[in-house]
Design a protein around this ligand. Structure first.
Ligand SMILES: [Fe+2]
Length: 496
């Protein structure tokens, strides 16, 4: 071989080695680290590797001082991967730390996390729903809207179910590696979940194992994967299958109560999923364990939090196909919870399941005369099922199940219904800004942010801190401010 050719070959080999070395550091990390369960003094970090690894740990620091926290190294048969989890404690509240994770010879990039906001601090959160993972186009939209939520400055993000097309390993991989973390080297997602807690809610598609359906609720496969992938707060259920399926998180001055009400028992009259059997999912109706747990959370939240938000997947008030009382996977039975939500002062319920955006209002007898969104006696029901999957229109006959007085005529529960039905290129999320107005008065401002930057259905509610006993007069009722980034795109809300 001529000298020139030898030189070229050598350079090519050296270049290949450099490229290879560059990949070694991340090669064994299947899912990059992501944050769960933020607390004033702690946070939980998980990541996944292809193989068992020694000496798994989180290295975290603030300034020069460096700490190590030991992490688990557990094989998850349903994923055929190894999960590593570390619960960091004794942290300072509302403080940013830098961190990276180490598993044997593998090490992640350096990211940041924040402990949760103090109770008297303003904060910002987002709710997505039905982002899904069906194909590259859906994944692209899901990723884009999640990234957009981060750009609005969210401190914590929730997705109200149907994050995946089904609960197979492939689809969980798509969601975690290509949407909420930058783990897939060929098509990395946003690294948002490595920096912001991203909490999920079980929807029917998480239970749905594959194209063959739901049998058994897939407790050993799809739901075993869900439970291994998340680190939701404990709910104390007597049935270990239901741990992490429903949970509550306190963040700042708010309590978030997450339910799994995808199905109930056939004996209660509230069975809301014809293809799931009894005890394939945690029963949710009055008298059941999840219901009793929920009431305790509602009572505690009413006493101690300024705002109470409830999140679950099926929508009881929806113009869509799943709002139809005859649909096989309907939400209408969940209307039985409306009075108790209002009794305990729930401020908004976020759902998903129908692939659109809808805002409904319920209230005590006669509320329909004013339809006052801001009245604390009324309850705002927000459907956000437009965060990735193709959008849908209202379902024929919706006037029958959406009229308030039961006479197949107006007034309807809906106060806002999106006007981009059928345009699959557009997706959206709910953005919520929590602001202290002073003297114990707080304001929550909600808005739908669309992928093209346009804003819809902006509204605010004002609430008083239950822990502030001293009498005071509320500040002037003008909205204080919303996220400055949101104001850039602000546009007059569109009416239904
Ligand atoms: Fe769904």
């Amino acid at each position: 071989m001529h000298f020139f050719n030898k030189t070229v070959v050598l350079v090519v080999i050296m270049f290949a080695c450099v490229l290879g070395a560059g990949k070694v550091a991340f090669a064994g990390i299947y899912i990059q680290p992501y944050l769960q369960n933020p607390q004033p003094d702690g946070i939980t970090i998980l990541w996944w590797t292809d193989d068992s690894e020694r000496n798994c740990r989180v290295q975290y620091w603030r300034g020069q001082f460096e700490n190590d926290a030991i992490a688990s190294n557990e094989y998850i048969p349903s994923m055929d991967k190894w999960v590593h989890e570390s619960k960091l404690t004794n942290l300072s509240e509302e403080t940013q730390y830098q961190y990276k994770v180490v598993s044997g010879k593998h090490s992640s990039k350096t990211y940041t996390f924040n402990t949760s906001k103090r109770r008297d601090s303003n904060f910002h959160f987002a709710v997505l729903g039905d982002g899904r993972t069906d194909n590259d186009t859906v994944i692209g939209r899901h990723r884009k809207i999640a990234r957009m939520a981060v750009s609005f400055g969210d401190d914590i993000i929730f997705e109200a179910g149907d994050m995946v097309e089904n609960g197979a390993t492939e689809h969980w991989g798509r969601f975690y590696r290509r949407v909420i973390t930058a783990s897939d080297t060929n098509d990395p997602g946003s690294d948002l979940a490595s920096k912001i807690p991203y909490h999920t809610i079980v929807g029917n598609h998480e239970i749905y194992l594959d194209k063959t359906g739901y049998p058994g609720g897939n407790l050993n496969t799809a739901m075993a994967r869900y439970k291994a992938l998340v680190a939701n707060p404990k709910n104390g259920s007597a049935n270990s299958n239901w741990e992490e399926r429903y949970y509550a998180i306190k963040y700042g001055c708010a309590t978030f109560i997450v339910l799994d009400n995808n199905n109930d028992l056939s004996t209660t009259g509230y069975d809301n999923h014809d293809r799931l059997g009894d005890n394939d999912t945690p029963p949710w109706s009055p008298g059941n364990e999840q219901y009793k747990w929920m009431v305790k959370q509602l009572q505690d939240a009413q006493k101690n939090s300024v705002f109470t938000f409830v999140l679950f997947h099926p929508s009881p008030y929806s113009r869509g196909v799943h709002g139809d009382p005859c649909d096989a996977q309907r939400g209408i039975e969940i209307r039985v919870l409306d009075p108790i939500f209002r009794q305990y002062g729930v401020d908004a319920v976020f759902t998903s399941h129908d692939h659109f955006v809808e805002h409904c209002l319920t209230g005590p007898v006669g509320f329909e005369k004013e339809m006052n969104i801001a009245d604390a006696n009324n309850l705002n029901w927000l459907v956000m099922g437009n965060s990735g999957h193709t959008s849908r229109a209202q379902s024929p006959g919706w006037e029958e199940w959406m009229d308030i007085l039961g006479n197949d005529a107006p007034p309807y529960y809906t106060v806002y219904f999106y006007d981009w039905a059928g345009d699959h290129t557009l997706c959206s999320f709910y953005d919520v800004d929590i602001i202290h107005r002073g003297k114990g008065f707080w304001q929550a401002t909600f808005q739908v942010v669309r992928s093209d930057g346009k804003i819809f259905d902006t509204f605010s509610i004002d609430r008083k801190d239950p822990l502030r006993k001293k009498q005071s007069t509320p500040p002037t009722n003008e909205p204080l401010s919303v996220n400055p980034r949101a104001r850039i795109f602000r546009k007059k809300s569109t009416s239904p």
